[in-house]
Ligand binder design. Sequence first.
Ligand SMILES: [Zn+2]
Length: 452
Amino acid sequence: MKWLRINVLIIVLVFGLNANSQSEIEKVLQDISIAPSAHRLEKNIQTLVNFGTRHTLSDTVSETRGIGAARRWIKTTFDEVSNNCNNCLEVSFLGDIVKADGRRIPIDTKVVNVIAIQRGTKYPNKYVMMSGDIDSRVTDPNNFTSDSPGANDNATGMAGTIEAAWVLSKYKFPVSIIYVGLSGEEQGLFGGKILAKYAKDNDWDIIGVLNNDMIGNIHGIDGVIDNTTFRVFSEAISMKISDRERNSMRYYGGEVDGPSRQLARYIDKLTDDYMTNLDAIMIYRLDRFGRGGHHRPFNDEGFTGVRIMETHENYNRQHQDIRNENGIAYGDVIEGVDFDYVAKLTAVNCLTLASLASSPTAPSNVMIAGAVKPSTRLKWDISDDDNIVGYKVYWRNTTSPQWEYSRFVGNVNEYTLKNIVIDNYLFGVASISKSGAESMVQFPRKLIPRGE
Ligand SMILES: [Zn+2]
């Protein structure tokens, strides 16, 4: 069929170029997916454990023990990474005094985070962030003297963040990447609050925060040994939305399509595409039942953020005095950490950071229409971002956790999905960069005005 052959030729000509440029990001992501070093992670987790305790209230003067020594070592290590990439990281301490609260902060305490910024080449004020925690604790949350190795909770997240800096500092990205060690987590998420407020006060445009908290345990308290899955916790919608927005969801949907949930889907998709023997389990909750994590202060300020962690926790090794009791060994010791697993979860972070840091400006003002019509229309603002080569429309069944269908629709600002009835699906739009990187999917929050 000649007609078909001509069409095929045109398709090859038009999309051939695009397919080539898409492999640019694919190649980078393939390399990154196997880059984190389990050996270096083990070394750095051991170093963090060797500070004896990293409790937020512990010694800050000693060079060998306590949180002061730990944070100085983290800063020195980020500086070392930076020296290896032509000073590509801006490394600093960022802290504040937390006033005594009569609970887990018995006296005024300086809570200090360590932050390293890899400045973006095109969107310097746009950020993707990976965090781990510096501090540790034992059974009594205010015991700041006993040995508290915090090997899994959360030297794994901290070492993973340092490792991501090693891996990604070999590349340049359009968007800025922040690697941060947060402190004061166990005392009340104080380090996260300090940084989230700082980001808000300084108008940081944060695409997303990946909070890593416990990414190394594979021997669960439930008896399951599993190194092939991990969890991504995300809130369904931002709690900062207005009553008007909340009300509109009753009629137009979006109750499980907030930005943090889209970030969880983004992570799940990248894991499927690039990781072998590893699957993300999206958990449709902010965090574990009734428990907290350092993504929450960012969510509280209206930022997008999720928690990444192991699937099977072991409570004998969490927040416990090191001891033997009735034949059970308690304590968060390094023997409980699987370094290959930490490397895999670090790779998931690296993939997400690299992909989002390569992504163009996400579609803005996405609108939808189609009630009592055979087809669904989507419309969004024309962008002046010359890095955008086009847009991808996504849709899925209303009960599906992940986007199921997508179509690249070119560099347009509206598209009609013929014979797709709006009632039966949920929709979204992402933008695609020259390198093939995708933005996060934007859920339509407005209706296309009549006559447009
Ligand atoms: Zn903890």
